[in-house]
Design a protein. Structure first.
Length: 211
């Protein structure tokens, strides 16, 4: 039987880094579900298709190849902006949730991170983690990341963007961002990635022993 680890949380809380580390440690498959929305948006942009036609966006979403998600390409800002427009469309969400659920069944186990994994995509996952941090800490991380990559960034602009995105993710009618009732909360505001990983590992090992 496949062992599923569902990781949710807001942007820049550290869930992606944690998910990749967990997948590598346990030899599980990893999917950053946010990239599936970005891949759909990129396909629409490249084909010159509208971002406000739900039927077209759904058709493109159903053709997305989960094996070909290139993070370095898909993390471009304009793709993220386009992705946020199609991510609120129920038909697009349904199409991508189906694909994400199919991925979650891969043996021997999978780690999926996103906004609605524990609540919608894999509600029966034996391990659910909700990784969060204060908006200020997340904006500082994003700011430092951009500077480290040689780019220019304004902290206040990033903070405003983080808060706006939280509002959009938590306030949408379809699959809003929120912790599952049985999720383990990991607040990384004052926690290193190593400490967060060790806390997650303790939870995962206990669940594996029960299985």
């Amino acid at each position: 039987m496949t062992f599923i680890i569902a990781i949710d949380g807001p942007a820049a809380a550290g869930k992606g880094t944690l998910a990749r580390r967990i997948a590598e440690t346990y030899g599980f498959h990893h999917l950053d579900t946010g990239l599936t929305y970005r891949a759909t948006a990129r396909a629409l942009l490249e084909a010159g298709l509208p971002l406000d036609d739900e039927a077209v966006a759904e058709r493109v979403a159903r053709a997305v190849d989960l094996a070909g998600l290139d993070r370095s390409v898909l993390e471009q800002h304009h793709i993220g902006e386009a992705a946020s427009k199609i991510a609120v469309m129920p038909a697009v969400r349904r199409a991508l949730v189906e694909a994400q659920r199919s991925f979650s069944a891969r043996a021997p186990g999978t780690v999926l991170d996103g906004r609605d994994i524990g609540t919608v995509v894999c509600p029966d996952a034996p391990v659910k983690l909700y990784v969060t941090a204060s908006p200020q800490v997340r904006a500082r991380r994003r700011h430092d990341e951009v500077l480290a990559g040689g780019g220019n960034a304004d902290y206040e602009t990033i903070l405003a963007d983080v808060k706006k995105r939280d509002e959009r993710d938590m306030g949408r009618a379809d699959s809003p961002l929120k912790p599952a009732a049985d999720a383990h909360l990991l607040d990384t505001s004052e926690m290193s990635i190593e400490a967060a990983f060790q806390a997650a590992k303790t939870i995962i090992d206990a669940a594996l022993n029960r299985n």
